[in-house]
Design a protein around this ligand. Structure first.
Ligand code: NAD
Length: 488
């Protein structure tokens, strides 16, 4: 199967100089080859978007929202087909992929309300005879660069808001699981989005760098690992673009001594091993506060042992990633962490990129299993003596994407949400991904830029504001006045 770019409403017909293999991680077989864009394909995709922009910018709000509503209906109808594609190339189990599609729908539904969201303000008589109003206008051509772990949801965090606001988009999905983006492009076309308003460009660093420096690209929304997010932010802003670059994570779940330990253990295992830990909001560190650690680790271990490979948890995305995650398990053992459940020992039939779930106890903050984002099925327990020590640990971490506190004490939870330096906080909720009418974003090394993804921040990011001050001539004229305009 050849997977190629989608430009001006149809598959690209050129010949690619470079391409990459796309695998089915469950069986380890090559599923297809994806074309990698060079500068000429970048130019072609951006030119297609630039040509489509003026017509789409001038389309009425009613016409734009009609496309959004139609896309929503199609996504609901074809959601299972999309989930099957995601599962086949990413490896996550089908039910998990369906959850991804369901969360993506929220961002589409929010963007359906674009006529309301783009309403500006109006102040009558700001000065005598003078009115002031504000307008939100689209930016032009915008680029979206997405990671492998949510090949449907992350593109749909941005594309609906971007097009609803009147922009034209070049989407560069991950080269590891590129087919979902093409499926989505087909659905947008079916929904009535004009050709060229959404283009899909496949490839690697060359494609991304081409977009980051292209003079006709006005803004870049990026999601991926922190080193690449930093590169994208620095390169894009240096080239004068608006950039939001969401990076990696190390999410802590703090369990206070008064917590319901069964609830906490369920949550830790669900959030640690769902999607084989390949989620930016996965819990990778459980912080056991006070004397509960032995009890909590026992309850978590029982649940980890019961996980069924292939049913609860899929394989990792590539062989290289599986080997990298396994090497962290080796390192954890070498550095002295206590290996409670060893995922390397889980045998799975076939030759896919499987690795079982691993649980470490007595992990220290200087160990690589703690310091690095592993992005796999490895859960670490760090023991701390007190609540302040837990907060200090979380706040000292360079990442600040998500965190959760488990407790039955409302006062402690309230204090936690105030003191913790993390962008998304759960109280007895392990994966606090905000609903579609809020916005998603971490703090510190988990996000470069100041605007979060989707929700109100999405509309803000994909538009720029203009303020118009108006006076219509009336019969009285005040004469020339060189003083700075005043309202009184
Ligand atoms: P990645 O950084 O390797 O790749 C992300 C995108 O950047 C891909 O499209 C890729 O082709 C491109 N890319 C890779 N290397 C590049 C380079 N050197 N220069 C320019 N572009 C480059 O990330 P990934 O492995 O696909 O995804 C996993 C990472 O994404 C994890 O770190 C995870 O935490 C993070 N993530 C973060 C969020 C969030 O919301 N903060 C959400 C999902 C994933």
């Amino acid at each position: 199967m050849r997977i190629t770019h989608w430009i001006s409403g149809k598959p690209w017909t050129g010949t690619a100089e470079r391409s990459g293999e796309v695998f089915d991680p469950a069986i380890g077989a090559v599923r297809g080859r994806v074309d990698f864009a060079g500068q000429s394909e970048v130019d072609e995709a951006v030119a297609a978007a630039a040509a489509a922009f003026p017509g789409w910018r001038d389309a009425s709000l009613a016409a734009r929202s009609a496309v959004l509503f139609e896309f929503r209906a199609l996504l609901r109808r074809r959601g299972d087909d999309l989930a099957a594609i995601v599962s086949a190339e990413h490896g996550k189990v089908v039910d998990d992929a369906r959850g991804e599609v369901a969360r993506a729908l929220e961002a589409v539904e929010f963007a359906c309300g674009i006529p309301h969201l783009l309403k500006g303000g109006f102040s009558e008589n700001a000065s005598r005879g003078v009115d002031v109003h504000s307008i939100r206008q689209p930016l032009g051509v915008v680029a979206v660069v997405s990671p492998f772990n949510f090949p449907a949801m992350v593109p749909l965090w941005f594309v609906p808001a971007a097009v609803a606001c009147g922009n034209a988009v070049v989407l560069k999905p991950s080269e590891k699981d590129p087919s979902a983006a093409n499926f989505l492009a087909g659905l947008w076309a079916e929904a009535g989005l004009p050709d060229g308003v959404l283009n899909v460009l496949h490839g690697d660093k060359a494609a991304v760098d081409g977009l980051l420096t292209h003079p006709d690209v006005r803004a870049v929304s990026f999601v991926g690992s922190t080193p690449v997010a930093r590169h994208v932010y620095e390169t894009g802003t240096r080239a004068g673009k608006r950039v939001q670059a969401l990076g990696g994570a190390k999410n802590h779940m703090v369990v206070l001594p008064d917590a319901d330990l069964d609830l906490a253990a369920d949550a830790a295992v669900s959030a640690g091993f769902g999607s084989a830990g390949e989620r930016c909001m996965a819990i990778s560190v459980v912080v056991a506060v006070g004397g509960i650690a032995d009890d909590l680790v026992g309850r978590i271990a029982t649940r980890v042992d019961a996980l069924r490979m292939g049913e609860d948890m899929g394989p990792l995305v590539t062989a290289a990633h599986r080997d990298r995650v396994a090497s962290y398990v080796d390192a954890g053992v070498a550095e002295g962490a206590e290996l409670v459940v060893d995922g390397r020992r889980r045998a799975v039939d076939g030759s896919g990129f499987w690795l079982g779930p691993t649980l470490f106890d007595r992990v220290r903050p200087d160990m690589s299993v703690y310091t690095d984002e592993i992005f796999g099925p490895v859960l670490s327990v760090v023991r701390v003596p007190s609540y302040p020590a837990a907060v200090d640990l979380v706040n000292a971490n360079p990442y600040g994407n998500g965190t959760a506190v488990f407790t039955t004490d409302g006062g402690a939870a309230r204090r936690f949400q105030n003191e913790i330096e993390v962008g998304m906080v759960g109280v007895n909720v392990p994966i606090p991904v905000p609903v579609g009418y809020y916005s998603f974003g971490g703090w510190k090394d988990s996000l470069f830029g100041d605007t979060h993804a989707y929700g109100p921040d999405g509309v803000h990011f994909f538009t720029r504001t203009k303020v118009v001050t108006t006076r219509w001539p009336d019969p009285s004229h005040g004469g020339v006045d060189l003083g700075f305009p005043r309202t009184v």
